[in-house]
Write a protein that binds this ligand. Structure first.
Ligand SMILES: [Zn+2]
Length: 613
């Protein structure tokens, strides 16, 4: 699953998501004493922050990297210490920044001040007791999620999320799936009172920062008023909803054949445990045996050749690098090869979850991954290098601008490149046989893509839809679960497999809720990556259907891509987007164009079906 492949903005966010949320109000600043005499001007202050953040973040990156690639008591302690120092600094700097709200300064300074305030996903209240309470709640929510286990009959029967997810992906027994689904979701029950308190405290912190509530603060990171941003996401969802509804209808028909009309009735939401994923957020694990339209028009996966030709992690990474250099990007620095962790080490515990790291503001960039020679990991390394090249292109900017144009951009870069990893391209690099063109093969390929890219869209939207309403007080604690399912049903067209009550806390069964990571970025990324691809293909002079375009080898497209990446977050994303695509709006027409053959096919397939729910 590509959007799950980690990849922090900075190394710090890998480990310290929960801790980061607390930045904002530490009193004992690590800032040098600018005491006695004149306060620095706004320009000077921002320049100072940019300079001071460098060594602090360098140390955080070193500590976190060491911790993630060698998990011990000691490395965890050192990483926590480094992150504490960073948060302390950030808190003090943010507080000092408040004094510059109306101070004169350059446009870059004003932007720097705005971005500094948004470095955290939840500022704590300034009251030290409340701040400590918030720290404790977030740490404990994170631990509850990480340690969640389903133990139906004693300690020997325990299964963790990985194991339960594997059941969801591979088992096809209705009751076994239900058991795994309920088992996992019930682990989140004890989170409810803690989450309720978290909402109160984080909202208080957000208000101290001048935002209406935490949801409004999150929506303020998009260079437009928060309400306008909410309307934008609703507009984008409206664009893709008809395609999703067609796909939901088709999938429901297929699932009814497998599990029976009584369990999956027409015109109703789909039971959420049948789609191959704990949250029904991607459906690729039921592609092969349930969703695949034409079993005999198989699209070959690269798995066989990768094994046969004995590709190793370095060769897979070189292959990805070759794609990027083919469009004119530089070769990866020598230190990338010396310092990355590309395979699971034999002698120590590591965090295997794939991620891309920006260690300093020069060119120390690294990948941490436990690569195996299969197609999924090949796509993942192409994706991760998207982050790496973003880091390399924007590393000359002031530190506060070293980020994606908005948070959806960072995830979209490598995904855009993966859209160019077409069956034709894979043939060209010797990993699949020549593609025999047929409508059946195209539809199969599109369905496989859609099981990730289209199936995900309503889920990408719904998580923050729920949280925005929770933070705004529109969803009261006594309706947390009911509202969660009302929204999931409304957007995804799924329902819980068994009745749920307010004793449950199903939102907590998804990492990003207890982890307090905003989620709209993934929704946006899935929309804009197609917009990027369309613009790049046009620059490359490509004329065919969008789903067959690969920009491999095209320097003009690469130059335009790089021009965007170099800007980081230095200007409003609308300006950055315009330079690549010629438009200032995010727009779903490219993803619709890409999947036009599939949508046409859905229309034929769904004729006479009772669609909707
Ligand atoms: Zn990523």
């Amino acid at each position: 699953m590509r959007q799950g492949t980690g990849c922090g903005l900075r190394a710090a966010s890998q480990i310290a998501l929960a801790a980061l949320a607390l930045a904002g109000c530490a009193r004992q600043a690590a800032t040098p004493d600018v005491a006695s005499g004149a306060r620095p001007s706004a320009d000077e202050f921002v320049a100072q922050v940019n300079a001071e953040l460098k060594p602090i973040l360098r140390e955080v990156a070193a500590a976190d990297w060491t911790q993630a690639t060698d998990i011990t008591l000691d490395t965890q302690l050192l990483s926590a210490r480094a992150n504490d120092r960073y948060l302390e600094y950030l808190g003090a700097a943010t507080e000092r920044a408040m004094a510059y709200a109306d101070a004169p300064g350059t446009a870059a300074t004003k932007r720097g001040l705005m971005l500094l305030k948004l470095q955290t996903s939840a500022p704590a209240p300034s009251d030290p007791a409340k701040r400590a309470e918030l720290t404790e709640i977030l740490a404990s929510l994170g631990a509850m999620y990480g340690e969640g286990k389903y133990c139906p009959s004693g300690p020997d029967s325990c299964r963790n999320l990985d194991q339960l997810s594997e059941t969801l992906a591979t088992n096809r027994d209705y009751k076994a799936l239900e058991d795994a689904w309920v088992g996992w979701h019930d682990t989140a029950r004890p989170m409810r009172p803690k989450y309720q308190r978290f909402v109160e405290l984080a909202n208080e912190g957000a208000r101290e920062f001048g935002f209406a509530d935490l949801g409004a603060m999150w929506r303020s990171g998009y260079d437009m008023p928060p309400d306008e941003f909410a309307a934008e996401t609703a507009r984008l969802w409206g664009q893709v909803k008809p395609l999703y509804n067609d796909m939901q209808c088709y999938a429901r028909g297929r699932l009814a054949k497998r599990y029976g009309e009584d369990r999956v009735p027409a015109g109703k939401p789909i039971p959420a445990h049948l789609l191959g994923n704990m949250w029904a957020q991607t459906w690729n694990r039921i592609y092969d045996d349930i969703l695949k339209p034409y079993p005999n028009a198989s699209i070959e996966s690269a798995d066989r050749e990768l094994a046969k030709q004995k590709w190793d992690a370095v060769r897979m990474t070189k292959s990805a690098e070759t794609f990027y250099t083919s469009i004119g990007f530089p070769a990866l620095p020598q230190t990338f090869w010396e310092r990355s962790m590309l395979v699971r080490p034999r002698d120590r515990e590591v965090v295997c979850h794939a991620s891309a790291w920006d260690m300093d503001d020069a060119n120390d960039v690294r990948i941490k991954m436990c690569m195996r020679p299969n197609e999924e990991d090949l796509f993942t390394i192409y994706h991760e290098l998207g982050h790496i090249y973003y880091y390399l292109w924007y590393n000359d900017l002031p530190l506060l601008f070293q980020n994606g144009a908005h948070d959806g951009f960072h995830e979209a870069i490598g995904d855009t490149v993966n859209l160019s990893v077409t069956p034709e391209y894979l043939h060209r690099i010797g990993l699949v046989s020549a593609v025999k063109p047929s409508r059946e093969a195209v539809i199969n390929q599109q369905m496989k893509m859609a099981s990730e890219k289209i199936a995900f869209l309503p889920f990408g939207k719904v998580i923050d839809e729920w949280r925005w309403k929770v933070f705004a007080g529109e969803i009261k604690p006594e309706h947390y679960n009911e509202a969660w399912w009302q929204l999931r049903t409304q957007y995804q067209g799924v329902r819980p497999p068994v009745a749920r009550t307010e004793a449950d806390f199903d939102p907590g069964a998804k990492y990003h809720v207890p982890g307090n990571t905003p989620y709209t970025r993934y929704f946006l990324s899935f929309i804009i990556q197609f917009q990027f691809q369309k613009a790049l293909c046009e620059t490359a002079g490509y004329k065919g259907p969008l789903h067959e375009c690969s920009i491999f080898g095209n320097k003009a497209a690469g130059e335009k891509f790089a021009a965007m990446l170099k800007l980081g977050q230095s200007e409003p994303w609308q300006d950055t987007l315009e330079k690549l695509t010629g438009t200032r709006q995010m727009d779903a027409s490219a993803i619709l164009e890409y999947f036009a053959p599939l949508q046409q096919w859905f229309k034929e397939q769904n004729k006479g079906q009772v669609c909707g729910w």
